[in-house]
Write a protein that binds this ligand. Structure first.
Ligand code: 4AZ
Length: 846
């Protein structure tokens, strides 16, 4: 068939074409032949050469066709399961060496072959099938089918395999089915994860574990806990529970390599690795405090582990037990009544089982409404993060679907009458930790008793109305206010706390709080004629004030007396221009202000949206993830191919962990998603850690440290240094700055997987010191959103506070500490980098 497919060989010619060719026989024209004797000989030689060349080409093509084209076939493995409805499960089916297993497996493979033979795309490439296991229900067979598919035909075979159930259904209803044939149903099949077909595996291990009520099994990676798991090994654990029970798998340790491409554990709701039945893929390190219990939908589960030759870690250990179907924790839904109550997804706060549908009907007393609020809402599915359609796992609240991961208490709904119906649905693949929700009855006319009802239905304490903070999230609590005498009355109707007056930030939104400040807001020059102009317009050669104030004392090039606020060029001369470095203008005579400016720029255009969200890949190429024992611990910033800046508090010894020692750490540069170490990532060990000698672990003063890499990194689109500001660099109060990191996404919460970014603003030192009860030193700066909700948090420490200016970013701060995370009136505190510029240079030469 391949031959025909090529279309090159089979070209039928019609008779008339051959006739027409008869006209071209010049060799019979003797005259011409004689006249051109010389060229005739040459022509003959050329003819022979051409003939030989054509023969050689044909031979080459034939060899290529029959030999190499054959090699362009790819082995394609499909795993699947099917239900045999006319058989009853026997204990002997659990053991693959029993005659019963062998006989039934033979029947299954014969019938599978028969099915594949009826599908043209499958018939020609089919190699064979093996049955891997059987389980109850009536009998479920788990199989592996092999195909040899010509390169390029994989997709066609994949889709034929996906649709195989239709063929099976056709077979089942056909009249000429033999009487003793197996009746097959519910066939699912998908291509095997390509990583499981690696040729580098030199060890294949397979274990089975049947847990009983009186027996709790244990599975662990080979060598655990004494040795790292072996390299290049593929392991499967087939787990079973008794009929009527579900398998419960409970990890107490999970410590694998970060990169799932190298080593991973995959859990399936099946006995073979069917991709449409994956519950979760795990790699990297999970804190023992994270809930890590999985439930199967039936009475089987499969755990697979694959490792490669790269670094091997301690591995995992898990308990295998069974829970009765229908027992507490496995069920959900029901009738809920009363004035208030709560309900959760099954197995909460652990992973809910797949293939679950449940419904709660909440009824509160007549005349009242049901108000439901979800404290936790975690229904994430890989690849569905941006999907709005909720086509996989979801919660339906009175007809409105919600899915994905939502911040605490942000999903809330009030019913129109005294009834509410909530449905929870999980599909057959990928599970998450689910939700816990509470409900209460509220007055239909007053759904927020003794509280303020926001426009978006949220209820907030009445005390929070008109306090200057956007507590509702939609500003509705700050509209139509009568301000207290001490408050700032903004012209647009908002009331703002008094300490925001004249802090250089337009908090009102209409500038009212920055009027009549007896000078210009920070970031502005006060001209002698009282006009305010932007600091950026100073010394730009244009008289923006109109009275020349902004162009005085510029002394570009010639040098002025050096003071604390002047910029010192490399040649020792000082200039008065604010922030002259890397601004694209040559301000120093020796142009040293524009030297070493290959920093602070990302290679990609990015969206700039306020609020915590995933960063784009390569958006903050100076961001580093510092790992200890395979897990992210702190952030850092690249300032040079060999040097990182981080926080001193990250490198203090703590009990058994020697955080102060270079060998404790691994630095990941160019990383975007934890546990996904792509080709852009460069990993480095450390040569030296230099904490600031005056770091004070009580006050967090001087919270800065340097890390020297064992070997330099190569800069790329994903790995670049951030610009270091000079000691005089001015970051005006109120500037918008970026915070980035993989830290906790809420106070006390889990670390982020994808690098997070958020915009905050720098805050006036005096205001901040008051808010932080006088704990600020002159080496700290504050940034945040004082209404709360946006902040750095645990795990972000050591990372950058990036100040954007022009087309590049400067390292304004190092994430240091805070009073909790994202609390209102509690900004994040950062180490002021300008104060340590000299110390950085002394120690690194950068
Ligand atoms: C920390 O523990 C941490 N909200 C970092 C920053 C902040 C709080 C805590 C600021 O690493």
């Amino acid at each position: 068939m391949e031959y025909m497919d090529s279309g090159l060989r089979y070209t039928p010619k019609k008779e008339p074409e051959w006739e027409a060719a008869d006209q071209f026989l010049p060799a019979y024209d003797n005259k011409k032949f004689e006249k051109k004797k010389g060229p005739g000989k040459v022509g003959a030689v050329i003819g022979v050469v051409i003939f030989l060349a054509v023969v050689a080409l044909m031979a080459g093509l034939l060899v290529w066709h029959f030999h190499f084209r054959k090699d362009l076939k790819v082995k394609r493995m499909y795993t699947g399961s099917l239900k045999i409805t006319n058989q009853v499960f026997e204990d002997a089916y659990e053991n693959s060496s029993t005659p019963e297993f062998i006989a039934l497996a033979k029947q299954v493979t014969t019938q599978l072959k028969n099915v594949y033979t009826k599908v043209p795309q499958l018939k020609k490439y089919y190699v064979g099938s093996t049955v891997q296991a059987f389980s109850e229900g009536s009998v479920i067979a788990y199989y592996l089918s092999e195909f040899e598919v010509p390169a390029g035909q994989e997709a066609a075979v994949d889709s034929a395999m996906t649709a195989i159930n239709q063929q099976v259904n056709k077979e089942r209803s056909s009249y000429n089915r033999p009487g003793n044939a197996l009746v097959l149903d519910d066939v699912v099949s998908s291509a095997l994860d390509a990583r499981m077909l690696s040729r580098s595996f030199n060890q294949f291990l397979k274990y089975s574990e049947h847990t009983r009520t009186s027996y709790i099994g244990k599975i662990e990676s080979p060598g655990f806990p004494d040795r790292p798991y072996p390299a290049n090994t593929f392991i499967q654990w087939q787990l079973r529970a008794d009929p009527g029970y579900q398998v419960q798998l409970d990890f107490d340790t999970m410590n694998l390599e970060e990169n799932c491409k190298n080593d991973f554990v995959k859990i399936y709701d099946s006995l073979v690795a069917i991709e449409s039945r994956v519950l979760e893929e795990l790699c990297g390190y999970y804190s023992p405090s994270e809930p890590m219990t999985f439930l199967s939908s039936g009475n089987v589960m499969l755990v697979t582990m694959a490792t490669n030759e790269k670094r091997n870690y301690p591995g995992f250990r898990a308990q295998v037990s069974q829970v009765k179907r229908g027992s507490k924790g496995t069920t959900c839904g029901g009738q809920l009544t009363g004035k208030k109550g709560s309900f959760t997804s099954p197995n909460f706060p652990n992973y809910y089982p797949p293939d679950t549908l449940c419904q709660w009907t909440i009824t509160v007393p007549q005349g009242k409404s049901v108000k439901v609020t979800f404290n936790t809402f975690l229904l994430g599915e890989p690849g569905e993060e941006k999907s709005k359609t909720c086509r996989k796992d979801y919660v339906d609240i009175d007809g409105e679907k919600v899915c994905g991961e939502k911040p605490k208490r942000t999903v809330t709904q009030t019913s129109k009458n005294n009834k509410m119906t909530i449905t929870f649905y999980s599909d057959k693949s990928y599970v998450d930790r689910g939700f816990d929700a509470e409900y209460e009855d509220v007055d239909m006319t007053d759904p927020c008793p003794k509280e303020f009802q926001c426009k978006n239905q949220r209820c907030i304490s009445s005390k929070l109305k008109c306090d200057g903070w956007n507590d509702c999230g939609d500003m509705s609590d700050e509209l139509g206010c009568t301000c207290k005498a001490t408050d700032i009355s903004c012209k647009n109707g908002f009331c703002k706390p008094p300490f925001w007056k004249c802090d250089g930030i337009d908090d009102c939104g209409d500038g009212t709080d920055e009027l009549n400040c007896g000078g210009c807001p920070s970031g502005h020059v006060t001209c002698n004629n009282k006009k305010c102009i932007s600091e950026k317009l100073r010394c730009d050669g244009i008289d923006d004030c109109g009275d020349g104030t902004d162009e005085r004392q510029c002394n570009r090039g010639s040098g002025i007396t050096c003071t604390e606020t002047t910029y010192k060029c490399k040649n020792g001369k000082c200039i008065s221009k604010v922030n002259p470095e890397c601004d694209g203008e040559k301000d120093c005579d020796d142009v040293s202000d524009e030297a070493e400016c290959d920093c602070g720029q990302s290679s990609f255009k990015t969206s700039r949206i306020v609020g915590g969200q995933d960063a784009e890949e390569g958006e903050f190429p100076w961001q580093v993830s510092l790992h200890v024992k395979g897990g992210h611990v702190c952030g850092a910033s690249i300032i040079h191919p060999k040097w990182l800046v981080t926080a001193a508090h990250c490198v203090q010894d703590d009990g058994k962990t020697r955080f102060s020692q270079p060998e404790t750490w691994e630095a990941y540069l160019g990383l975007h998603k934890q546990r996904q170490i792509g080709s852009m990532v460069q990993k480095r060990t450390l040569k030296r850690i230099i904490p600031h000698p005056y770091y004070n672990h009580y006050t967090f003063d001087n919270d800065i440290a340097l890390m020297e890499l064992e070997s330099p990194v190569t800069f790329s689109d994903y790995i670049k240094p951030i610009c270091l500001p000079s000691p005089q660099y001015v970051f005006p109060t109120g500037s918008t700055v970026w915070i980035t990191g993989w830290g906790a996404t809420r106070e006390g919460g889990f670390a982020a997987s994808v690098l997070q970014k958020a915009q905050v603003r720098t805050i006036n030192d005096d205001v901040c010191n008051k808010l932080m009860s006088g704990q600020l030193t002159s080496r700290m700066l504050c940034a945040g959103i004082l209404s709360g909700g946006v902040d750095a948090c645990q795990g972000d420490s050591g990372g950058p506070l990036s100040f954007p200016t022009g087309s590049r970013m400067f390292l304004a701060g190092v994430v240091s500490w805070g009073d909790g995370c994202a609390r209102r009136n509690k900004p994040g505190i950062y180490t002021t980098v300008t104060k340590f510029r000299g110390w950085i240079e002394e120690n690194t030469g950068v």
